[in-house]
Structures are given as C-alpha cells and as structure tokens.
Design a protein around this ligand. Structure first.
Ligand SMILES: [Zn+2]
Ligand SMILES: [Zn+2]
Length: 262
C-alpha cells in the first residue's frame, strides 16, 4: 500500500538546542523526500509543552516560512504546518494553548518528558506515575481541542482502547497506526469495532524515514482494516464527518500529483 500523505514527521525544529538532537532532518529535506515519493507531508514538531524537544513558540513564524519556501521549491503544496501536541494535565489540557499560530493539522499524544500539572504541583511525566489507564484525560482533550489525530494511542501510557476509540469515532478524530509504536492486533480490532478511522504515519525523525509506514501497513493488513477506514490509503472519501475531512482539497491535489508521477 502506498500512502497519499504522511502527517507525522519531525524536523530539526523538534530539537532542544545544540545539545539534544532529537530529529535530524531540515524542513526542506523532509519535503524533498516527500516529493521524491510523490506524497504530502505534515511537519509536526513537538508542541511547546515538551521539556526537551518542544518547539519554542517564537520559532513558529520561521518554521512556517521554511515550509512555504520548501513548497515553492517543490512547485506545489506538499507540506502542511502541523503540531504534535502534548497532554499536559489531568483535566485534559494540552499545549495547543501555547501555540502562537493555528497549524493546518493537529496531532496530539501522550509523551514522556512533559511537565504535567497535578493537584500536588508540576511533575515530569514518567510512566510510573501513570501506570493506571489514562483514558478520561485523552477523551477530554479530544473534546476540548480541534485535534485531528491521536498519535500512538497507548504508547508510554496505557489506555482503554474501546473507550478511546468510541470517543474518537464520536468526535471525528482519527487514530494513528504509528510505524515506530505498534498497536496490537487486538487493539486495532477493538478500535475498528468501535467505528474508528485510522491514519498510517511514519513518525519520521530523519528525512529518509518520511513516508515509511511498512510496519504500520502490516499491522493494518493483519487486523483486516478496510482501506476505506484508512484516511491516507487513497480509498477513504473525505466526506465522512471526520475533522480531517477539511483536508479534502489538499488530498485531491496530492492525488493528481501522485497519479501524474506514476
Ligand atoms: Zn509522539
Ligand atoms: Zn512524533
């Protein structure tokens, strides 16, 4: 299966200064790889709430202009400004509150290394603090914010897949099949039974991995996810009431591009 777009890639903007090199590729390099594969790409760097890799809100203007420059160089609108936002507290608050701009695509997930607020104060999010399932917080965040995609559900922190997937279905949010963080067949089937839609993402932290979703495709096939349920498979119709449906025009352009190239 070739995907039409990969919404979840990181650029050097996700790196915490000179000392912490979290992602290797420049915006231009990610977009060049996407162009070579005739796919669209989301530049979805970590939201400002991440202590180590979060993007300083002051840098969004520069990031945005790099995306525009890369699109001009490609001769078409291949790249969108995205964010991989972080869940920040038990009330479902996220660092979308800290963004100085409105991204074109909103991804959100649980991450280690986020300073979360609890009743006792602020603490660094560690898996041990969150051994119990954290489904309610995620569902509240999906309700409160315009999140399009829940990234790697269940990674770092366990969730109740049936509840999460039902909420995602009700709210029009897509669940991610992340190439780096696999979902079990049972979880995928549970989500499917709850009505969920999926997106295949690389979560690339270097340019050569942009668009690489082989493992996620394998999971989807084994769990017998219909292609129509995968929003970047080419078989999904952008009129099913998902939040991501607003990207329909962009996807139509991409389809022309990729069929013109093949
Ligand atoms: Zn992530
Ligand atoms: Zn990521």
């Amino acid at each position: 299966m070739t995907v039409l777009f990969d919404l979840h890639t990181h650029s050097t903007y996700s790196s915490g200064g000179a000392l912490i090199r979290h992602a290797k590729g420049s915006v231009l390099q990610n977009v060049q790889t996407a162009a070579s594969k005739s796919i669209g790409v989301g530049i979805s760097d970590h939201g400002p709430g991440h202590s180590f890799f979060g993007l300083n809100p002051k840098k969004y203007a520069r990031l945005n202009s790099e995306i525009e420059a890369a699109n001009s160089a490609a001769g078409r609108r291949l790249a969108l400004l995205g964010v991989e936002a972080n869940l920040m507290d038990a009330d479902g608050r996220t660092d979308i509150d800290l963004l100085p701009v409105q991204p074109e695509i909103y991804l959100m997930g649980y991450h280690k290394g986020v300073r979360i607020s609890t009743k006792a104060g602020r603490a660094l999010l560690l898996p041990s603090l969150f051994a119990p399932k954290k489904s309610r917080e995620v569902m509240t965040a999906l309700e409160r914010y315009p999140i399009d995609v829940l990234t790697h559900p269940g990674a770092y922190v366990p969730v109740d897949m049936r509840r999460i997937a039902s909420a995602a279905y009700r709210l029009g949010v897509v669940l991610e099949l992340n190439d780096k963080h696999p979902l079990s067949g049972d979880d995928i089937r549970t989500a499917l039974a709850a009505g969920a839609h999926f997106v295949l993402s690389s979560d690339a932290h270097s340019p050569e991995n942009v668009g690489r979703v082989n493992r996620a495709v394998g999971e989807a096939k084994r769990a017998k996810v219909p292609k129509e349920k995968i929003v970047n498979s080419g078989a999904y119709k952008f009129d099913r009431g998902l939040r991501i449906d607003r990207l329909g025009d962009w996807v139509t352009e991409l389809t022309h591009f990729s069929t013109g190239q093949k």
